[in-house]
Design a protein around this ligand. Structure first.
Ligand code: THU
Length: 138
């Protein structure tokens, strides 16, 4: 995956973040998931006053895609930052453990790429096995 394509995915994740519903944490996350045919699925975090029904941006993107019949994925880009903040202020927003486990259900541990961004320009990417070593599977 080229640097230019990663930058494009980060821009899409920033767009996805605009729809985040985070009135409790005020931390807004956006994700864009790339299916094997190149289709993009956008997701944002969706919180709830009862807290535990909240959903992360990454899982929103995955569940949208899975529910549309997609089963094979190449990459996900994720951004996150405080409400009303500028992308230049954001730190890396690596996926939580639950989202990593969802990735492991559908993605190749050796090739699925997780693209992260900091301060609007430093892009790092990891393959799933780096972020979820020794993950559970049946
Ligand atoms: N959040 C995500 O959307 N993705 C992550 O990987 C970590 C955290 C959300 C959950 C909650 O709405 C807010 O960020 C603060 O934890």
């Amino acid at each position: 995956m080229t640097k230019e394509y990663k930058e494009e995915l980060i821009k899409e994740a920033i767009k996805a973040r605009e729809n985040a519903y985070a009135p409790y944490s005020h931390f807004m996350v956006g994700a864009v998931l790339v299916a094997d045919d190149g289709t993009l699925y956008h997701g944002c975090n969706i919180e709830n006053s009862a807290y535990s029904p909240s959903n992360c941006a990454e899982r929103t993107a995955f569940f949208k895609a899975i529910s549309e019949g997609k089963r094979s994925f190449l990459a996900i880009a994720i951004v996150g930052g405080e409400e009303n903040s500028d992308p230049k202020e954001w730190n890396f927003c690596p996926p939580c453990g639950v989202c990593r486990q969802v990735m492991a259900e559908f993605c190749d541990k050796d090739t699925f790429e997780i693209v992260l961004c900091e301060k609007d320009n430093v892009i790092k990417s990891y393959v799933l096995k780096e972020l979820l070593p020794f993950g559970f599977s049946l």
